[in-house]
Design a binder for this molecule. Structure first.
Ligand code: ATP
Ligand code: MG
Ligand code: MG
Ligand code: MG
Length: 470
């Protein structure tokens, strides 16, 4: 089954069960300053769960574009993590609850996708007996394959907002995919038990202070990772080996006359480049731009990290914009915003590549020297001030320096980095104050105030002619 077929089957399954299919929302959340990116299918529907907006439909199904920066260093390390990925989901806004969500998830997984029931494991939140009963009594999952797990994995929340206990479906990919530890079981970080679907039972609201209050109307929010399901159905060893990724990686490999699958280091670079390129392509098409803070910084970090892996493959000229072209070709029919914004996306990536390309080589050389110096002096830490100089002068995000240092077995003095950053901010602040004071306009208004004293705007009540406004 291709990625495209899985997407379609999922949406159709829930459409047949009374859900309206909605297009993916933007990766940039609207009206939600608490988060930088849409990181899950439920993000666009938060107001429906909180009750601040009324949905047109109580049942909705989507394939949502998601971006998760916290997973950036997992990319290529695990077989299952991306920064950008697609999440399939079905949602109930105060309509059905666990009694329908659980049996439907089972039916879709076993009947439509045809995954073997005996390899599926279920996790539930510690005290969620209601979920246990439905999985065990109604669906018929043996009790020994239902595990109770704690808050870190089985309670879902993103900042302020609706949240609740979860129940997940895992598939056992076999001992040979595992870490071999006698402790290895569902929830282990290795690749044996693959989490494919998370069902969130929205029952509470979390406020700024971290208090949980029950919601008047309960809801369902589920998320199934498209790339993961594709890897299982296509019988391959990682998400990167599915049809959703291969074309992109083969394209990049073709640029350097190499092949995916021949060498570990090359594969890692191809995976990171494909992953980050998908993320930046979609993010820029949705209106984000590289910059030094917030969302823009994330983009910059993704692009620069991809470029560094590109250098490892010998890609010294701008290339990422070309990979982006491959991403757009691959996804164009499902996401029309990509072809619609193609020129813009490629231009932004290319100019960022040119900008960083100039300093990457110099910065890398300096970092190598720092590593050598630290080693010679018997230190295991890179000076924070030097790391800051790499950031400030050569555009190395701290994370990049940290990662490159870690490859050499060193760490970075991050307190020193932060102190140098603060000093520079302070310098910028006082420089700004001085310029403001000296600026012509500033001087003009200052002298006016001195001459006239404080003034008050009266135009809301009185016109220039002296007549009162009615
Ligand atoms: P994991 O434990 O593997 O990191 P998660 O518990 O963080 O996953 P959820 O927040 O429950 O993931 O998201 C719902 C589903 O989205 C997951 O079951 C998985 O199929 C998919 N998913 C989550 N994170 C990623 C990712 N970084 N890349 C690809 N798919 C993901
Ligand atoms: Mg995770
Ligand atoms: Mg998990
Ligand atoms: Mg989960």
């Amino acid at each position: 089954m291709t990625g495209k077929e899985i997407r379609e089957k999922f949406l159709k399954f829930f459409e047949e069960r009374g859900h309206r299919i909605l297009p993916s929302a933007s990766l940039i959340p609207t009206n939600d300053p608490s988060i930088l990116w849409t990181a899950a299918g439920m993000v666009p529907f938060k107001p429906y769960f909180t009750g601040t907006a009324k949905p047109e439909m109580l049942r909705v199904t989507t394939c949502q574009k998601c971006l998760r920066t916290p997973d950036i260093e997992e990319v290529g390390r695990t077989a299952r993590h991306h920064t950008f990925f697609e999440m399939l989901g079905n949602f109930s806004f105060g309509d059905y609850f666990k009694e329908k969500a659980i049996p439907w998830a089972w039916e879709f997984t076993t009947r439509v996708l045809g995954l073997p029931a005996e390899k599926l494991w279920i996790s539930i939140y510690l005290d969620d007996d209601e979920a246990f009963d439905i999985w065990h009594r109604e669906v018929g999952v043996p009790a020994e394959r239902i595990v109770r797990m704690g808050k870190d994995t089985n309670f879902w929340e993103i900042g302020v907002g609706p949240c609740g206990p979860c129940s997940e479906i895992y598939i056992d990919l076999g001992e040979e995919r595992g870490c071999g530890s006698p402790e290895c079981r569902v929830g282990c970080d290795c690749d044996r038990y693959l989490e494919i679907w998370n069902l969130v039972f929205i029952q509470f609201f979390r406020d700024e202070a971290g208090n949980y209050t029950p919601l008047a109307s309960k809801g369902i929010d589920t998320g199934m990772g498209l790339e993961r399901v594709a890897s299982v159905l296509q019988g391959v060893n990682s998400n990167f080996d599915t049809d959703l990724f291969r074309e992109i990686m083969d394209y990049t490999a073709g640029l350097v006359n190499r092949e995916y699958g021949a060498e570990k280091k090359t594969d890692m670079a191809l995976k990171v480049i494909a992953d980050h390129c998908r993320a930046v392509t979609f993010a820029i098409a949705d209106g984000a731009l590289p910059s030094n803070e917030g969302r823009g910084y994330v983009l910059r970090r993704l692009i620069r990290r991809a470029l560094r892996f590109g250098r490892l493959l010998g890609l010294n000229e701008p290339f990422l914009y070309r990979v982006s072209g491959a991403v757009i070709r691959q996804m164009a029919d499902v996401y029309p915003e990509l072809p619609a914004n193609k020129d813009h996306v490629l231009r932004v990536i290319r100019s960022e590549e040119e900008r960083f390309g100039e300093t990457l080589a110099q910065g890398t050389e300096i970092l190598n020297r720092l590593v050598q110096e630290a080693r010679n002096a018997g230190r295991t830490v890179i000076d924070g001030r030097e790391a800051f100089r790499l950031y400030d002068t050569y555009g190395f995000p701290l994370e990049l320096t940290r990662e490159m240092a870690a490859e050499e077995g060193l760490t970075v003095d991050e307190d020193g980095f932060a102190a140098a950053m603060e000093e520079q901010r302070e310098r910028a602040r006082s420089a700004r104050q001085e310029t403001e004071y000296l600026s012509e306009a500033g001087a003009f208004y200052k002298s006016l105030r001195e001459q006239l004293g404080e003034t008050r705007f009266v135009g809301y009540d009185v016109l220039e002619t002296g007549a009162r406004v009615l």
